[in-house]
Design a protein around this ligand. Sequence first.
Ligand code: FES
Length: 157
Amino acid sequence: MASTDTDLAPILDTFERRPETLISLLQAVQGRLGYLPPEVLGTVARHARVPRSRVYGVASFYSQFRFNPVGRHRVAVCRGTACHVRGARLILEELERSLGIKEGQTTEDMEYSLETVACIGCCGLSPCISVGDEVSAKLTAKKVRKLFKNAQRSAHK
Ligand code: FES
């Protein structure tokens, strides 16, 4: 896509045109756009001189890369052992209902993205979620409803 190529040119120009730059290149592009739209994979492939399938393979292998836009607030539900045994599944289900999206999706107003993570680091206060840099601990479904009562109820298409 021409406009994407133009937007990304200053970033691409800082990387040598060789396969070894692929991961750094993907990180830089995602840093600029917030995610990796499908049309940029070809641009990255041409620049790094690798097949598009390799770019897709690398980007889908590493969890740091995203193919969908993320919201202004990233809501991460801990699915670690301590949180799991104290009801993380119910917390995730309540968040999905409150936000009107499933795990991996973003609300239509681009306010919230919902994801799960391995551990937030406050296991003694489980179950926990983080919203951006803030952690909410000892959650219940009722607390989740209260926290997100004004959130958007439809998913980004
Ligand atoms: S297991 Fe949830 S914070 Fe560690």
